[in-house]
Structure formats: structure tokens, C-alpha cells
Write a protein that binds this ligand. Structure first.
Ligand SMILES: [Zn+2]
Length: 108
């Protein structure tokens, strides 16, 4: 087992874990039960993602890097199909004309 990542929270760990698993890297999350026992306290560093096989380390780190860079970037502005307004952020509908926007990434 190799510790790959310290998550900010449970969702953070789960999202990374999903990416690892979908890349056929066997990984597990540890510590989520601890934060559950503490309650709603932020438990940074308590939730960690581990690789089952240390041979996957370089692949795993690449995925972490991609994951983190994606996380640190705001969603790119998209153009409303209704009024051509540039929409920034995670809007589901256009704030200008109310039309539904395509290609919104929904996280849970
Ligand atoms: Zn619009």
C-alpha cells in the first residue's frame, strides 16, 4: 500500500478514487470513517487515498496531477446557445436569457 493523496474532504477523495478506478488502478480511501465519527468537522489530512499496488505509483501521481489542475481551474466560460452571452462559472441556465446550458459538469 502506498499513500497517494491527502484529500480535503470525503467528496474530494471520492472523485479522485473514481478517476483512479476508471484508469484500472486499484485504490482505496482511508479515514472517511474517522471524519464520520468526529462529525462535521473539517478533517483535512484524515481522508487519504492509497494505491493497492506500489507499481502504480507513477500512473497514480499523473492522475492526481491532472485531477488537481482540473480542480484548481474554474470552468471555462461557455457561450449561451440562446443569446450568445459568455457564461462563466457553473451555471445550469443562462443568467441572461434563461436558456439551459449544455455540457455542464455535474458533481453529485
Ligand atoms: Zn442566454
Amino acid at each position: 500500500m502506498l499513500k497517494l493523496y491527502e484529500a480535503e474532504n470525503h467528496l474530494d477523495a471520492q472523485l479522485l478514487l473514481d478517476e483512479l478506478l476508471s484508469a484500472d488502478i486499484e485504490a482505496v480511501m482511508k479515514g472517511h470513517f474517522l471524519s464520520g465519527a468526529i462529525g462535521e468537522l473539517p478533517a483535512a489530512g484524515l481522508i487519504t487515498v492509497w494505491l493497492a499496488d506500489e507499481a502504480d505509483e507513477s500512473k497514480g501521481r499523473t492522475i492526481v496531477q491532472e485531477y488537481e489542475s482540473r480542480k484548481s481551474h474554474e470552468s471555462p466560460p461557455q457561450q449561451c446557445p440562446g443569446c450568445s452571452e459568455e457564461i462563466e462559472g457553473n451555471y445550469v441556465v443562462c443568467w441572461n436569457c434563461g436558456k439551459e446550458l449544455p455540457e455542464i459538469s455535474v458533481t453529485f
